[in-house]
Design a protein around this ligand. Structure first.
Ligand code: PLP
Length: 380
């Protein structure tokens, strides 16, 4: 039934028989040279020139004033929330349609996720739905936002740019300002995605990128914090390095810190990958355009970037009619060696988040039943 799609994907990836993964990394630049340099100089660990260079390259590309590397995106999110002031027993608004890391990071702070719906045109947090919920559930007291039912403080809001598609940031920023809530962007999937010409992850007080093996660029494992506030960035750096106060020999630590700093060897990979970022994003957008052209006269909807946005199309999305058709599509494509995958189960269905507060989630539920990711690797 889906033979034409399978044939199209195989010809697009120039792969007549072998398995086609969802997203594979490509190393065609200076990766080996930089890794060898780390080994030859013995600078493989948390000190070395690639760490600083990688931060500068990402800051330059995204337009953030400062970027701070972390061991992975999940602990970058944890730190981002701490830096936004999220504390024990606070509430944090986020979308249930996300990868587990978003909700886990909120839990690491001892805070409670509150799940709000996504928009149909972005698959990300809906400002309208959040506004509606806040208007009945929240009140402003002592310069902070509080949940009228639980009496807890609502400290932050974490939208996620699903599969690289930017959420409605102008509306979210306005809402957060009105309600005294900090905006923390989970931009783990959206390196190379721009909202009205500005890079995702640079709109709130802090944004988070991931460089896991399946992301747009990879450092093996890795993450990055993006800041416009240099003081906050300096504090982030301090926290990633066990909050050690610089001294020639004494071990002085002035708060509880973390060992979240990315090693030089991973940053070396990151520098080589960042040298190719424009090529990578252009290639991914070209692939998406091919999918768009292919699905034009098909009875299936290919998900396109939101208005006024330029998406990295990290993972391409096709929307099936219902769960049954989705499962049929997943079976047929995976049986033919073309990897496809459904979207995540909603966070509120998982045992550890079942009891969390939530608003109306009808759009998230609609996507959960219908979304399938198509092979999205860079073709070189
Ligand atoms: C990949 C990802 C992260 C971070 O994951 P790490 O594997 O820890 O780098 C966070 N949030 C979302 C939505 C992601 O897709």
């Amino acid at each position: 039934m889906y033979n034409d799609i399978i044939a199209f994907i195989r010809s697009t990836f120039n792969e007549p028989k072998a398995f086609i993964p969802l997203h594979a990394p490509v190393f065609t630049g200076n990766e080996k040279a930089y890794l060898n340099e780390c080994i030859d100089t013995t600078f493989v660990s948390s000190v070395g020139k690639f760490v600083d260079r990688f931060e500068e390259m990402v800051a330059g590309y995204t337009g953030a004033r400062k970027a701070v590397v972390c061991v992975n995106g999940t602990n970058a999110l944890h730190l981002a929330l701490l830096l936004a002031g999220v504390a024990y027993n606070d509430e944090v608004i986020t979308q249930p349609l996300t990868f587990i890391a978003t909700a886990n990071a909120i839990s690491y702070c001892g805070a409670h996720p509150v799940f709000m719906d996504v928009d149909k045109d972005t698959m990300g947090l809906s400002p309208a739905k959040v506004r509606e919920w806040l208007s009945t559930h929240a009140e402003i007291r002592n310069g902070g936002c509080f949940n009228k039912t639980t009496r807890r403080r609502i400290k932050a809001c974490v939208p996620m740019h699903t599969f690289g598609h930017p959420v409605h940031l102008d509306e979210l920023m306005l809402l957060c300002r009105e309600y005294h809530i900090e905006l923390v962007e989970d931009a783990a999937e959206s390196l190379g995605s721009f909202y009205k010409g500005k890079h995702t992850g640079t709109f709130g007080c802090v944004g988070v990128l991931s460089f896991n093996g399946n992301k747009t660029i990879t450092t093996g494992g890795g993450g990055m914090l993006l800041f416009n506030d240099e003081k906050l960035a300096a504090h982030a750096k301090h926290l990633t390095t066990q909050a050690k106060v610089p001294h020639r020999w004494e071990f002085v630590h002035d708060e509880i810190g973390y060992n979240y700093r990315m090693p030089n060897i991973n940053a070396a990979l990151g520098c080589a990958q960042m040298e190719k970022i424009n090529e990578f994003v252009a290639d991914k957008r070209d692939l998406a355009q091919r999918y768009i052209d292919f699905f034009k006269d098909k009875d299936m909807d290919f998900f396109v970037e939101p208005k006024e946005c330029s998406s990295n199309y990290w993972l391409n999305v096709v929307i099936l009619k219902n769960r049954e058709e989705r499962d049929h599509f997943l079976t047929e494509t995976n049986d033919s060696g073309v990897m496809t995958r459904p979207i995540w189960q909603l966070m509120n269905r998982l045992p550890m988040f079942k009891a969390c507060q939530r608003g109306d989630l009808s759009n998230a539920e609609w996507f959960e039943e219908r979304v399938v990711n198509l092979p999205s690797s860079i073709r070189l």
